[in-house]
Design a protein around this ligand. Structure first.
Ligand code: SF4
Ligand code: SF4
Ligand SMILES: [Zn+2]
Length: 332
């Protein structure tokens, strides 16, 4: 297996990885915190290269991306491991395990593209676990995808160093970044990460002109207060009020036994966010209104969503048919 990028030799046979802000020092025979980058004989190896734990042809709305080729399907792949350890992780069965604890199938970049083409998908999404710790594979696959005219999408926690991010952005068409809370203590206590690198990633994506949507998992009593929602909304607003925000309902998972986020809490946060942001959605909850897209100028419904059924009812291209406003929407 080829060696990893973004590392250097340390003392003795140890190595240090610089892919994400953890900068793990890794002793021979062990892995970094993500569990997948392993020091083998003094060389850092990305052991999950082309090794896939989950794959599916998904509606693009499931990523979630609501403003990027709405109604299309995208070939979605994920592996194992994550560089964060959120105690509420909804995908912990693949994100919090090592490659030895999960059955993995080989899907080369060429095979991923063959399936994407065969299913007539708009492109390929790296999702389910944290894709940026899979850097070498996602880079190679994204290159093949772009060469053949397919779109490349990441659903990520955004906890990555600036250099690997800078290299992958020109091969990226859209990203959904999970912004868990505008609170560094929250990141440290509940996610084993830090806030600022995630904010830096979001800013870099935006400045690179890559389509960007943000997801916030609302956890009752942890990050759902009006103050917490205001901090999140204000930060996004300052970057661009037209960035779509997905407020996602949490369910008990992994080490978190909080009850599912109550619908009134979801509704309150949604209404609050809509006071400043142009496009706010509720996810993991049944609400046609909170999953539809409304024109930011005239308020008309332009895309109706019911589950994963998507109907474009008031758009011609990315223009509102009622008032002529050009909406932030990437379409065919
Ligand atoms: S990518 Fe993995 S090994 Fe590298 S610094 Fe991050 S957690 Fe550590
Ligand atoms: S960043 Fe995402 S995949 Fe990783 S532990 Fe947190 S919720 Fe799970
Ligand atoms: Zn309009």
């Amino acid at each position: 297996m080829a060696e990893a990028r973004f590392w250097k030799k340390g003392k003795g046979t140890s190595v240090q990885c610089f892919l994400c802000p953890h900068h793990c020092t890794i002793q021979e025979g062990t892995s970094g915190r993500c569990r997948v980058r392993i020091n083998t004989d003094g060389i850092l190896i990305p052991t999950t290269y082309a090794r896939v734990a989950s794959l599916a042809m998904d509606p693009i709305e499931k990523k979630p991306l609501y403003h990027f080729y709405p109604g299309s399907r995208i070939f979605s792949v994920g592996s194992v491991g994550c560089n964060l350890g959120c105690y509420f992780c909804q995908n912990w069965r693949i994100s919090q395990v090592s490659p030895l604890e999960c059955s993995l199938q080989e899907v080369t970049p060429e095979e991923a593209l063959r399936r994407t083409r065969a299913e007539n998908a708009v492109g390929i999404a790296f999702t389910y676990n944290e894709p940026l710790i899979w850097w070498e594979y996602v880079y190679d696959t994204a290159r093949v995808a772009h060469r053949e005219g397919f779109k490349v999408v990441f659903v990520t926690n955004g906890f990555i160093e600036s250099e690997p991010l800078r290299e992958i952005l020109p091969l990226t068409d859209a990203m959904n970044v999970d912004l868990k809370a505008m609170d560094d203590e929250f990141y440290q206590k509940y996610c084993q990460g830090r806030l600022q690198p995630v904010l830096d990633t979001i800013t870099a994506i935006y400045e690179a002109n890559v389509h960007l949507e943000i997801t916030n998992l609302l956890l009752a009593g942890l990050n759902d207060s009006p103050t917490a929602v205001a901090q999140l909304v204000d930060w996004i607003y300052a970057l661009d009020p037209d960035i779509p925000l997905h407020l996602s309902r949490a369910f008990p998972a992994h080490r978190c036994d909080l009850p599912p986020t109550p619908p009134p809490v979801m509704g309150r946060a949604w209404r609050q966010a809509r006071e400043k942001l142009s496009y706010v959605y509720q996810g993991n909850i049944s609400s046609d209104e909170a999953s539809s897209t409304f024109c930011v100028a005239c308020g008309g419904r332009v895309i109706e969503r019911s589950g994963y059924t998507v109907s474009t009812v008031g758009l011609r291209g990315n223009i509102c048919t009622s008032c002529g406003k050009v909406l932030k929407m990437v379409v065919m």
